[in-house]
Design a protein around this ligand. Sequence first.
Ligand SMILES: [Zn+2]
Length: 342
Amino acid sequence: MAATRKSIHATLDGPEVSRLPRKTIAHGAEARPVAPAPSSTGSTLHHGRTIVSIDGHDVIECAVCGFCHSDPLVSDEDLKKFYGGTFYEECSEYFRYAEEDKEWAMLRYGYYFEKLESLTEGRRLLDIGSGPGYFLEAARERGWQVLGFEPSTIAAQYTSARGIPVINDFYSAGKAQDLGKFDVISLNLVLEHLRDPISLIDDAKRILAPGGLLFVTVPNDFNPLQMQLWQDHGFAPWWVVPKHHLNYFNPGSLKRLFASRNMETVHQETSYPMELFLLEGRNYVGNFPLGRECHKQRKAFEIALLRSNLPLMHAVSRTWSEQSIGRECIIIGRNPAGSCPP
Ligand SMILES: [Zn+2]
């Protein structure tokens, strides 16, 4: 694995480097921008300069992986325990808010499927880390054949109760080898949680049809609006959450990651830049009720466009992405036609 990753070593020179802070922040003493330094693990596999340190966890700009990630990484055992059970238990209100957001989520997913349907004629979807199953439900409503992998028993039961097929397990190529090929494989807000997101992409590609599509969403972190809030407005880097997020992507690093796995990027956009609320003086960080209020406003904006003007929604979202702003990155990559699984 180390040998294959060396091929992307030289690509870590994107705009995110110049955006990194060079001064101490005014508030948020728990977050500490630090001078360039070797990885704390001294690991030869992962190394790069440390860009922030929070609660004993460093985030390094990894020269090997080509994106930012936590260092040292938490153990596989701790991750499996967390996502197999604790994750949704810790978010006891998760499903209530998911229901509240469902109309908006289904409109957003319909918008994504319209794009996916313009890029492939296949209609077989595997959603890895399917959560409450709304992405699968949106596809099924459009006539797709769907299947989910979801390690949380609570989330898998919530999905299967609606008649949506889901395997209550962590995904691996071995467990999926008898499932046939899929035209689209999706990873919605999954890669930021994993010790080894590169291996998961490679594993997913093993059951992706030649010419099939990989659809990925991840948070867009250390983005220019966040950096401005951090450097000039006294905010701590609230998006760095070592317990939940091990990896930190942006449109550039995500596209390079796809290229390194022989995936041609055929579409990229970002979602609404939630940081605009913070710059407008509505500080929702650590204020959940205000955060929900801002989220409602964001939903109202998107629902208006999603109901009546999808081309404008895509145009706005692509423009945000070109500037590396927007809260989440969305990318669609194409498996080479006629490619053989490694
Ligand atoms: Zn790394």
